[in-house]
Design a binder for this molecule. Sequence first.
Ligand SMILES: Nc1ncnc2c1ncn2[C@@H]1O[C@H](COP(=O)(O)OP(=O)(O)O)[C@@H](O)[C@H]1O
Ligand SMILES: [Mg+2]
Length: 268
Amino acid sequence: MSNAADDQSTLLKNGGFTATNAPGVAPVTGKGGHPAYFSCWDIHAYYGESYIVQGVSFDIREGEIVALLGRNGAGKTSTLRAIARLDDPNLTHGEIWLDHKPLHTMKSHDAAQSGIGLVPEDRRIIQGLTVEENLQLAQIAPPMGWSIERIYELFPRLGERRTQEGTTLSGGEQQMLAISRALARDVKLLLLDEPYEGLAPVIVQEIERTLEEIKSHGMTTIIVEQNAIAALHLADRAIILDMGQVVFDGTAQEVLDNSELRQQYLAI
Ligand SMILES: Nc1ncnc2c1ncn2[C@@H]1O[C@H](COP(=O)(O)OP(=O)(O)O)[C@@H](O)[C@H]1O
Ligand SMILES: [Mg+2]
């Protein structure tokens, strides 16, 4: 049996690179010639034979919040998963850089160690563990992020429920715990996949307030949301995906002001 990690690196070494787009030669600098804090460049990813992420490129400045939007099936989750270097979808081409580290050469574990914090749609609260144990597990290996006490200051309800089993929390509280687990590690880029999904409006407002607070601490974030208006109010920038490609990259305000764009790609 072949080693998956070896296959991956072979693909990335030989996967269609030419002299001008070989790793290390790509335009990984942002505007003004400074390296972007986060940069993905011409990434392509597949689920088996299904070609889903079709040459996505964008940069993010440190401290910026980017709303990654698009219709259902546009490729938002797949793009986040490719950035987090999960096995599926399989990244076959392109470069991903975070704070000068080449994530495209890594597996998910190393990408997480290098600062990627993915909060998936299903939240993945660990069964049988209390709130506090879920947080302690996130801090089992350095580098450490926020202290557990600081997290309880951000989400007092988690502090009140620290001895309660995580899976018995309400949906909103589970989302708070999922975000907290990422903050408990030394996250440089927080990836939030539909953090408001399935939550009552009053809980959405509560999570929005805490995301505003996380933003005020300078956390660089990509937020994927079906509730595009809520995401645009939080975000500085918006990137719209359609059929696995970037069709818009601009300010969040431009999308709020452009009803044609919203109707075409977001159906709102
Ligand atoms: N595990 C998978 N295997 C095969 N195709 C998938 C898988 N997950 C998603 N897809 C397909 O990839 C496309 C993009 O999906 P996804 O990234 O989840 O979109 P979004 O998050 O924007 O709704 C869809 O056409 C979807 O059917
Ligand atoms: Mg999705």
